[in-house]
Design a protein around this ligand. Structure first.
Ligand code: PBG
Length: 338
């Protein structure tokens, strides 16, 4: 208010100068105008565990997730598609007697994964089937590569990974996702696929995969924990972000179609940097330990499940991920459609 002489008081001047960002939050409609990040079912990829038996086997450290029989897998795929989730990643629980030091089961044409791919593509041709390339589910040592004298061999492992990728492509996989972190595997797999005529099969590389304690429940699900040592000579040191850009440059030059950061929540800065340095689509994996944390707190009534899950996924999108692998994919898609 001007005073008797028509001059604004100092307090009035301050009021004029104040910036009011709250104006852009005053109603849901206005907030929707200004919303920078969108999360929708098409951004979600659904990782599932499969086993070669009947029925479903619950996973203690991942309530709500189970090892699925092939029949249950088909039902799950049908449900996911109907909810708008168009991609699934398969992780097999392999019987102990089929595990070996060289992981031959990984590329048996009639193995569990190739049979699951064929069943899925047969029934749901439109479903995007993503397959994992790494030896850990098949390795009697519980490592992603071949072990000799306590060391993980790189080049010998890459040869087996190429056989595994080819076997998956022959069964009909749409996207091959190497999660093993061996050097040079993207180029070798690309070359193998192209030579066999699978030029249309994509590679989603686990580009920055960290040696993380958040994979614990996944290793329970597949009984795939390393029998000795850890995975620190191949998976990345959680302290490093610049190194992710080095892996990114290599994967791009080797022909990756998509790149991934894993885990997601504790590595949002890495997702952001990778997003800034590449024009390729970026994926992020909200891993089993992230799922277990959200689920446990929700089951205890300590957190509101729907809101924290959607917020965690939105945060991963905001950091720069185009797509998110999450065990919550179906549930989140249902929540997003409500
Ligand atoms: C192994 C693999 C792991 C995961 C995906 N692929 C575990 C590991 O590296 O030990 C973890 C996924 C999760 O925790 O949800 N190739």
């Amino acid at each position: 208010m001007p005073d008797a002489y028509g001059v604004d008081t100092l307090a009035d001047l301050m009021m004029d100068l104040i910036s009011r960002p709250r104006r852009n939050r005053k109603s849901e409609a206005i907030r929707a105008f200004h919303r920078e990040t969108v999360l929708a079912p098409q951004h979600l990829v659904y990782p599932v565990f499969i086993h070669d038996g009947k029925g479903t086997q619950p996973i203690a450290s991942m309530p709500g997730c189970a090892r699925l029989s092939l029949e249950a897998l088909l039902a799950e795929a049908e449900g996911a598609l109907s909810e708008g989730v168009s991609a699934m990643v398969l992780f097999p629980a392999i019987a102990d007697e089929l595990k070996s030091s060289q992981g031959e089961e990984a590329y048996r044409a009639d193995g569990l994964v190739p049979r699951a791919i064929r069943a899925l593509k047969n029934r749901f041709p439109e479903l995007i089937v993503v397959t994992d390339v790494a030896l850990d589910p098949y390795s009697s040592d519980g490592h992603d590569g071949i072990v000799q004298g306590g060391k993980i061999l790189n080049d010998e492992t890459v040869e087996v990974l190429c056989k595994q990728a080819l076997c998956q492509a022959q069964a009909g996989a749409d996207i091959i996702a190497p999660s093993d972190m061996m050097d040079g595997r993207v180029a070798a797999i690309r070359d193998t696929l192209d030579d066999a005529g699978f030029t249309d099969v994509s590679i989603l590389s686990y580009t920055a995969k960290y040696a993380s304690a958040f994979y614990g429940p996944f290793r329970d699900a597949l009984d795939s924990a390393p029998k000795f040592g850890d995975k620190k000579t191949y998976q990345m040191d959680p302290a490093n972000a610049r190194e992710a850009l080095r892996e990114l440059a290599l994967d791009e030059s080797e022909g990756a179609d998509m790149v991934m950061v894993k885990p997601a929540g504790p590595y949002l800065d890495v997702i952001h940097r990778v997003r800034e340095y590449t024009t390729l689509p970026v994926a992020a994996y909200q891993v089993s330990g992230e799922y277990a944390m959200l689920k446990a707190a929700s089951q205890n009534g300590w957190l509101e499940e729907k809101r924290v899950v959607l917020e965690s996924l939105l945060g991963i999108r905001r950091a720069g991920a185009d797509v998110i692998l999450t065990y919550y994919a179906r549930q989140a898609a249902r929540w997003l459609r409500q």
